[in-house]
Design a protein around this ligand. Structure first.
Ligand code: NI
Length: 406
């Protein structure tokens, strides 16, 4: 990795970023409750003389660097929330909050974007536009990105960049691809209404358990018969509740689960067929069924041209860009991409466990790499939008001067 001489190198920030990540890790907070996390981020930004932008967010915080002479706006996004998981890492900086843990590495994401901010602040006068930092709450509930958009913080933004750590990629690699990289994650609750009876007199009732068993089986054909073998979809029924006694046929059953897809067309088709199969099977067994959809984030789908810029930046830094296998997990970064083009990358962090595992951990050597990459891609993207007619216009930004002065 190379840096211009007058800049602090990302490597020199390594221990500072590690301290920041570990402090966040010790004090994790759940979605929409990231009050202390927000205070910490604000203090770290203010200590570096980075200006806080004023947007109406309960938790989470927006800041800005550059833009002294107008120019386009590039957004860098980090999610800041943790999960309701009891940590089992045994690390010296393990969570001090019972039942709450940064088990998805959002502490790493926050430290990474802070690192990028420190690097960008050092060259603020040279920036060809504004870098807006989105420290977003509630990614795990898939509702924080919407809050940020509703706050107005995406106004004037030409492109947005974000990351997820990736335990199965080595440190020094970065997963970059155009098109879909993470899935739409919808939930469903199916309620099957039948008619209860004595278990020995089934003809007097309409058994919702038999109906449910057929629904679970019939749903398997949606992926195999209604989705092209060249496309992807998952339907998983993950809960099935019914009955209270061994000798009673109950009058209802409830099935929960999730559907994952990468393309909006596939998503719509799978949901349409799901509704038809559930209704048809229920009718065949003289029961009725209702489907309630829990709308998740759409697929994370990267802009091809900007993904190319990210690839070049990774190469310029001496990193190894790779085309990653897309993840069927969901990410509300997709909500930003509904409004502005964006790129979401997988940063190699080489950990022993997958996301959301109670012993999840990552390799902190990836922190300065992430900081370097996001500072670099912000500069590169600003130049890109300055050099094309697509450059954004700075509008509607109010700086919270009082807060900056503390
Ligand atoms: Ni995550």
């Amino acid at each position: 990795m190379s840096n211009e001489q007058e800049l602090p190198s990302a490597a020199s920030l390594a221990s500072r970023l590690s301290e920041i990540r570990r402090e966040l890790h010790r004090y994790p907070e759940l979605s929409h409750e990231e009050f202390e996390t927000t205070v910490r981020i604000r203090q770290w930004l203010e200590a570096a003389d980075i200006r806080i932008a004023s947007y109406p967010l309960r938790t989470g915080i927006i800041a800005e660097i550059g833009g002294l002479n107008g120019g386009p706006i590039i957004a860098l996004r980090a999610d800041i929330d943790a999960l309701p998981i009891q940590e089992e890492t045994g690390l010296p900086f393990a969570s001090t909050i019972p039942g709450v843990m940064h088990a998805c590495g959002h502490d790493f994401h926050t430290a990474s974007i802070l690192g990028a901010a420190y690097l960008l602040k050092a060259k603020e006068a040279e920036l060809q536009g504004t870098v807006r930092l989105l420290f977003q709450p509630a990614e795990e509930k898939a509702s924080g990105a919407r809050k940020v958009v509703e706050s107005g913080a995406l106004e004037g933004v030409s492109a947005v960049f974000g990351l997820h750590n990736k335990p199965d990629l080595p440190v020094g690699t970065i997963g970059i691809k155009g098109g879909p990289i993470m899935a739409a994650a919808d939930g469903f609750v199916v309620e099957v209404a039948g008619k209860g009876s004595h278990a020995a007199v089934p003809e007097a009732g309409n058994d919702p358990i038999v109906t449910s068993a057929h629904i679970v089986t019939a749903l398997q054909s949606v992926v195999s018969r209604n989705v092209s073998p060249l496309e992807n979809a998952v339907i998983s029924v993950t809960k099935l509740h019914s009955g209270t006694a061994w000798n009673v046929i109950p009058d209802k059953a409830v099935l929960d689960g999730t559907i994952r897809t990468f393309e909006e067309t596939v998503r719509r088709r799978v949901r349409r067929r799901f509704d038809q199969v559930v209704a048809g099977v229920a009718a065949a067994y003289e029961t009725t069924a209702s489907v309630r959809w829990i709308e998740g984030p759409p697929p994370v789908s990267n802009d091809e041209e900007l993904a190319g810029l990210a690839w070049k930046e990774a190469e310029a830094l001496g990193l190894l860009p790779v085309v990653p296998v897309p993840s069927l997990a969901g990410e509300d970064f997709a909500v930003y991409q509904q409004h502005v083009p964006g790129v979401f990358v997988f940063l190699g962090t080489e950990g022993p466990h997958e996301w959301h595992h109670p012993a999840f951990d990552l390799d902190e050597r990836a922190l300065p790499i992430a900081a370097d990459f996001f500072a670099g891609i912000a500069v590169r993207a600003l130049a890109h939008f300055v050099n094309t007619a697509a450059g954004g216009v700075v509008t509607g930004v109010n700086f919270d001067e009082g807060a900056v002065r503390g």
